[in-house]
Write a protein that binds this ligand. Structure first.
Ligand SMILES: NC(=O)c1ccc[n+]([C@@H]2O[C@H](COP(=O)([O-])OP(=O)(O)OC[C@H]3O[C@@H](n4cnc5c(N)ncnc54)[C@H](OP(=O)(O)O)[C@@H]3O)[C@@H](O)[C@H]2O)c1
Length: 255
């Protein structure tokens, strides 16, 4: 009996935003391990190159590309480059997001509001539009949006961030419904509290962490690598009949 090929990504081209560290790095490394050529992206090229070098040193295929997903011209440029270099895109993981202000919702600063919307909503949306056009030309693909449990149950003092994550869950359904006819699937991952730089204000503060753990049935935070398996499932043929879902990977928080 031979092993399943359902999770193989040989010959696939995958783009992962926010892949220089944290959850995105773990996703990029697992997709490459399964055979994909991974375009490792974030704002700063140096961190991406470091991850791409680690992938190639381990025998995988990777390219580092800088792209600020809050800047429309950078999104256009990056997709022009993908088209020229690879001529196709099979997997897009929208993972890079921002959360610049922790405060009561009544104290929301207009600049922080705008930045959060530009990156977390407009960025995910137009990255998906550009990727979708390329995928349509090649008969299909898989888009995975890293949303958050906050998109279902808002985090305290994370008002506008939580609003954008709810929008990402709805955006996922929009692309799933309208792009299914092109062979494109679109699904969301909803991570729970994960030990990254992004969550360090929560994870590294003993009092906050203790309080958070009371709400997590598994009684621990996640390691970034624990998000990657779910993304591999959504990226690969193993999920060929799955589209429009929001998959909680949260230690039971939302249950
Ligand atoms: N950690 C958690 O507890 C948690 C929970 C729920 C959901 N999430 C979600 O998981 C995703 C990844 O978060 P993480 O915890 O892995 O964060 P992280 O460790 O801080 O990594 C963030 C990544 O995004 C990049 N980035 C930030 N702003 C960007 C922009 N405007 N354009 C392009 N790249 C950008 C960063 O690199 P540069 O600085 O080089 O740009 C970095 O590679 C986010 O969507 C977040 O909302 C995280």
């Amino acid at each position: 009996m031979s092993k399943t090929q359902l999770f193989d990504l040989d010959g696939k081209i995958a783009f992962v935003s926010g892949a220089s560290r944290g959850i995105g790095e773990a996703i990029a490394k697992l997709l490459a391990q399964q055979g994909a050529h991974v375009i490792v992206s974030s704002r700063k090229l140096e961190g991406c190159q470091h991850v791409a070098d680690a992938i190639t040193a381990a025998g995988g295929k990777a390219t580092a590309v800088a792209c600020h997903i809050g800047e429309m011209d950078q999104i256009s440029q990056v997709f022009a480059g993908i088209k020229e270099q690879f001529g196709r895109l099979d997997i897009l993981v929208n993972n890079a997001a921002t959360n610049p202000q922790f405060c009561n919702v009544l104290d929301t600063d207009l600049g922080a509001f705008q930045k959060t919307v530009d990156v977390n909503i407009r960025g995910y949306f137009f990255m998906s539009v550009e990727a979708g056009k390329l995928m349509r030309e090649n008969g299909g693909g898989s888009i995975i949006n890293v949303a958050s449990i906050n998109g279902i149950s808002p985090g305290i003092f994370q008002g506008i961030y939580s609003v954008t994550k709810a929008a990402v869950i709805n955006m996922t359904k929009v692309f799933a419904k309208e792009c299914a006819q092109f062979g494109i699937r679109c699904n969301a991952l909803l991570p729970g509290l994960t030990d990254t730089k992004f969550a360090s204000a929560l994870v590294k503060n003993d009092a906050i962490l203790k309080q958070a753990l009371t709400q997590i049935p598994l009684k621990r935070v996640a390691d970034p690598s624990e998000m990657a398996g779910a993304v591999l499932y959504l990226a690969s043929d193993a999920s060929s009949y799955t589209t429009g879902v929001a998959l909680n990977v949260d230690g039971g928080f939302l249950s």
